[in-house]
Design a binder for this molecule. Structure first.
Ligand code: UDX
Length: 435
């Protein structure tokens, strides 16, 4: 099949490489010519495990080409996928301008009978808006469908190759048949539905996962205040087969490019639809306030951050990615600097990206060397569970107090106490150590 994929973000690049690896002819399109030039050399614009190998294979086999030219890519495409971003506006509304502008650009070149697929995360109700723009810009008949994407950063290739489900939001039999055939090799359960359900299904999945995180964080706070231990509470609830023990670890709240944005959109849309008070509004405000709340509590436990040297371990929003969107480091580091701390930020891969996003400051240093980061630190603050961070053998310097703050509950408190640290986790009482 000939496929054109518009937008070379996570979803677009990964989908392009995966569809090419299935033997399809794929054109990836973006307006950013420097990105396109690199992609044509097999260089991904971001780190994602397994992606560059797949890109290079696609380019070598000549099944995969990237271009800025809609006129080169769209006329032959039987399926055109839109995978551009839908960022949050200040009031939480998903901004559809990139989706609509992609439609304006592709419309004039569309081949008769092509299936146009919205893969970007768009709220229910957007389908008609997209159809209206497309119909204004094309003279040919086309089919419009919504096929949301559920991949996670850091495992995007694996998630695309083996998805938990494929959702086809369609309004006619032709698009259903074309898209069923295209997705058959993935061997995933297929849900065929109307576009609105497909779109809301994507928001509901993300909001539910975000809610789980918000819920366990509140239970963790309850544990700290009442002397219970959240790890044991997770074991207890996890044995319930209706609940399960996965995707339950507490921390500083959810971040990344999807959960915060999608929860805000649901909160916004619920207001527009006059649904009254919703979980989404509360979830968003609880999650947004969480980092400041935890930092204030930890500040008290370490007798203030002022004049302390803090090693902040993990700058990306999660392991195996260089993405810092809504990463805890972006809030934590400015707060610590503001409190008068000296900060050394460590990340195995995301330092270059962090340098662009964190303000230059005389008391801030960023490094991809863990030993440099922890040298002489008074406080080690582990933000992200990169394997390099959680497998390191940490030892406190003899004779002086050192704190280890485990913001992901990834470490063995006993071991760290024996290594001389005062251990502070999430959802358990603070005890032990030198102080
Ligand atoms: C998420 C969804 O998982 C994916 O299906 C969707 O397509 C896009 O959004 P992603 O943002 O890549 O993917 O990361 P994910 O691993 O789900 O984590 C999101 C955030 O939740 C991160 O900040 C992570 O640290 C946090 N998280 C996750 C927790 O705090 N606790 C958990 O138990 C799991």
């Amino acid at each position: 099949m000939n496929i054109a994929i518009i937008g070379t973000g996570f979803v677009g690049v990964v989908s392009s490489a995966v569809f090419a690896s299935h033997g399809h002819h794929v054109w990836g399109i973006d307006i950013d010519s420097s990105k396109i030039a690199k992609l044509n050399q097999g260089i991904a614009p971001f780190f994602e495990p397994g992606l560059e190998e797949l890109l290079q294979e696609g380019i070598r086999s000549e099944l995969l080409t990237f271009t800025t030219d809609y006129a080169a890519a769209i006329p032959s495409a039987e399926v055109v996928m839109i995978t551009v971003g839908t960022p949050s506006s200040p009031e939480g509304k998903a901004d559809l301008s990139y989706v609509l502008s992609a439609c304006e650009s592709l419309g004039p070149h569309l081949r008769p009978g092509a299936v146009v697929v919205i893969k970007s995360t768009v709220p229910p109700g957007s389908f008609q808006q997209v159809a209206a723009v497309l119909s204004n810009t094309t003279k040919v008949s086309y089919h419009l469908a919504s096929v949301p994407e559920f991949l996670r950063e850091g495992s995007a290739v694996a998630d695309t190759v083996s998805p938990d489900r494929i959702v086809l939001g369609v309004t006619d039999e032709i698009s259903e048949n074309v898209l069923t055939k295209l997705h058959k090799p993935f061997q995933a359960p297929l849900v065929v539905t109307k576009p609105e359900s497909a779109q809301l299904g994507k928001y509901a999945a993300n909001a539910y996962l975000a809610l789980r995180i918000g819920f366990i964080n509140q239970i963790a706070d309850f544990c700290e205040a009442s002397g219970a231990d959240v790890n044991d509470v997770i074991k207890i609830i996890g044995h319930d087969r209706r609940i399960g023990s996965h995707y339950w670890y507490p921390g500083l709240g959810y971040g990344g490019s999807c959960f915060p944005k999608d929860v805000r959109e649901l909160a916004y849309s619920s207001k527009v639809l006059s649904l009254g008070e919703t979980l989404f509004t509360s979830l968003n405000s609880i999650n947004s306030a969480r980092i400041a709340k935890k930092l204030a509590a930890w500040g008290k436990s370490v007798n203030g951050f002022s004049h302390k040297r803090v090693a902040v371990l993990g700058l990306s929003f999660k392991p195996s990615t260089t993405d810092l969107r809504e990463s805890p480091a972006l809030t934590v580091i400015p707060y610590l600097l503001d409190q008068g701390a000296t900060v050394v930020g460590f990340d195995p891969m995301a330092v270059e990206e962090a340098e662009k996003l964190l303000p230059a400051h005389e008391k801030l240093q960023l490094t991809s060397n863990l030993a440099t980061a922890i040298e002489d630190a008074d406080i080690l603050l582990a933000l992200i569970e990169w394997p390099q961070i959680i497998t390191h053998n940490y030892q406190a310097k003899k004779g002086r107090p050192q704190w280890f703050i485990d913001a992901r509950n990834q470490f063995n408190p006993q071991q760290l106490r024996q290594a001389g640290f005062t251990y502070i986790g999430i959802g358990s009482p603070i005890s032990g150590g030198l102080s």
